[in-house]
Ligand binder design. Structure first.
Ligand SMILES: Cc1ncc(COP(=O)(O)O)c(C=O)c1O
Length: 432
């Protein structure tokens, strides 16, 4: 008799609604391989080549040699267990200064296995007691809500407006949390071209949010994987760049700027931690204890690849990534133009106009659930993501909204995808 485990006996994260939704999306995509996917939010394959790997590795090794590491030290650096917080602190700190005007010591940078691990580490480190909760913008990136559930940390939603998070909605949410005996530890948001909404916060709102966070004694978890991909060149200062009070933990990813398969991201935690004896340390150093038990250290081979990418870029991912920025701008413009062409005459359909990034949201006159997505793939040859996936389960949020992503498609496919979607909406619109 072989072992059979009851699914109910496994941790709730195994049947987590967010991962179930994402599994469903992957499964639908596999079943309808010829459908145009306006669901996939991954970067465009045309930017990635295995030819880059060797060049990046050689570039990083040359960089280490220039720093004075001998052959044996270089071998060890790539092939042995490594420093928990990683080796790219100096290059990343330089990149943050050059590209974002963020000034942080290299010791405050922890290299992580993707931004996803940075979220887990930040949540685990900050939420210490039962009743410690994280506030998060809603609709929310599922990586954050899923990570919180994995850790048993409650997420309290703060509804997003068309202009991203409205700072003045935060105090009431924080007060309600406190009134119930819980402690709001941090607020998670994506201020630039958010996933899933595409919304961005105006600069004045960013400044105001930092004031509100100080008033409310909240830390901010700023996630910024799309900041490079604005439609225009106007500066969008990150919260971390505006942060004079060390309120912000900055979560970074190389998935879009370099490539996702490297699984390299980072966490900036420059806050001071004081222990009972008055000894002062850096939050990044304290959090390394969490990281060491999760992944020991981020693969030094992967770090070397991303290190070579940074060296080649002269630590300016913005300057080196101009072709990517131009491509994603072109695709977002194509998406917005196609929406105007296909839905411009239909007053029942609305969409937002993101100022950059990979995503836009379409409001439609029908319920767009998993069954409708399946119909869409089978009968209309187009896939998309129900916005309900990004709201708290059972809240009813996002039932008539679709997340559209334009990052993974060749530009000429975007318009055809939207045209197919328009057919679905026309055929399936519910009577008013
Ligand atoms: C808002 C947001 N944060 C984090 C991530 C994950 O980044 P990484 O691949 O570095 O783990 C993504 C990926 O889609 C994302 O959209």
């Amino acid at each position: 008799m072989t072992v059979q485990l009851r699914r109910d006996d496994l941790h709730a994260s195994v049947s987590d609604p967010e991962s179930a939704s994402m599994n469903f999306l992957n499964e639908v995509a596999a079943r309808f391989p010829d459908a145009i996917s306006l669901a996939a939010g991954r970067p465009y394959d045309g930017f990635h080549s295995t030819d880059d790997l060797e060049r990046y590795l050689r570039g990083y090794l040359a960089h280490l040699e220039a720093l004075g590491l001998d052959d044996e030290q270089r071998q060890r650096r790539l092939l042995q267990y490594g420093r928990t917080n990683g080796y790219l602190g100096a290059l990343i700190a330089r990149m943050l200064l050059v590209d974002e005007g963020i000034e942080v010591p290299e010791q405050a940078v922890m290299v992580t296995s993707g931004c996803q691990e940075a979220m887990v580490i930040a949540l685990r480190g900050l939420c210490a007691r039962p009743g410690d909760v994280v506030l998060a913008v809603e609709p929310c990136y599922v990586g954050l809500t899923g990570a919180a559930r994995l850790l048993g940390v409650e997420v309290v939603p703060v509804p997003e407006s068309a202009d991203g998070l409205d700072p003045d909605t935060v105090p009431a949410v924080a007060a309600a949390v406190r009134a119930s005996g819980r402690r709001p530890r941090a607020l998670y948001l994506v201020p630039n071209f958010a996933n899933p909404s595409g919304a961005s916060m105006p600069v004045a709102a960013r400044r105001r949010l930092l004031d509100v966070a100080a008033e409310q004694d909240l830390l901010i978890l700023e996630d910024d994987p799309y900041g490079l991909f604005g439609l225009g060149d106007e500066p969008r200062p990150t919260l971390k760049a505006l942060d004079t009070g060390q309120r912000v933990l900055y979560l970074g990813s190389f998935a879009k700027s370099c490539f996702p398969g490297a699984r390299v991201g980072f966490l900036v935690a420059d806050q001071t931690v004081v222990d009972a004896a008055g000894r002062r340390t850096l939050l990044a150093d304290e959090l390394s204890a969490v990281k060491s038990l999760l992944t020991v250290n981020t693969s030094p081979v992967a770090q070397a690849v991303v290190g070579g990418f940074l060296v080649e870029a002269g630590c300016s991912v913005r300057a080196a990534g101009k072709a990517k920025t131009a491509f994603y701008r072109g695709n977002l413009r194509a998406l917005l133009a196609a929406l105007e062409t296909s839905f411009g005459d239909d007053a029942r359909v609305r969409w937002n106009t993101p100022a950059g990034g990979f995503f836009a949201v379409l409001d439609v006159p029908l319920t767009v659930d998993e069954a409708m997505l399946e119909t869409s793939g089978r009968e209309y040859g187009v896939l998309w993501t129900p916005m309900s996936f990004f709201y708290a389960p059972g809240s009813g949020g996002g039932r008539r909204s679709i997340r559209l992503s334009c990052s993974a498609l060749p530009p000429e496919r975007v318009g055809e995808g939207v045209r197919r979607l328009a057919e679905l909406v026309r055929d399936r619109a519910e009577p008013r």
